[in-house]
Design a protein around this ligand. Structure first.
Ligand SMILES: [Zn+2]
Length: 74
């Protein structure tokens, strides 16, 4: 039951982050943005193919570019 809930939470977080990534791409194709897959914070000035950049908010290397997130989880 706990494992199932954990899986559900991960799916929900992943969906939310994919939605953020897609909205960033749709918003402005020229804007370079990334999202932290750990805490969901949007990072500006990150290349769209960025991988494992450091997040200022949660201090883990989990910032990915919008394109990269869609590639991995979309
Ligand atoms: Zn973070």
């Amino acid at each position: 039951m706990i494992l199932w809930l954990c899986r559900l939470a991960i799916v929900m977080i992943t969906n939310k982050i994919v939605k953020i990534a897609i909205s960033l791409l749709e918003e402005d194709m020229d804007t370079i943005e990334g999202v932290c897959i750990e805490c969901g914070v949007v990072h500006h000035g990150v290349e769209s193919d960025a991988e494992k950049y450091k997040c200022d908010n949660c201090e883990t290397n989990t910032v990915y570019g919008a394109d990269q997130i869609i590639l991995l989880y979309g």
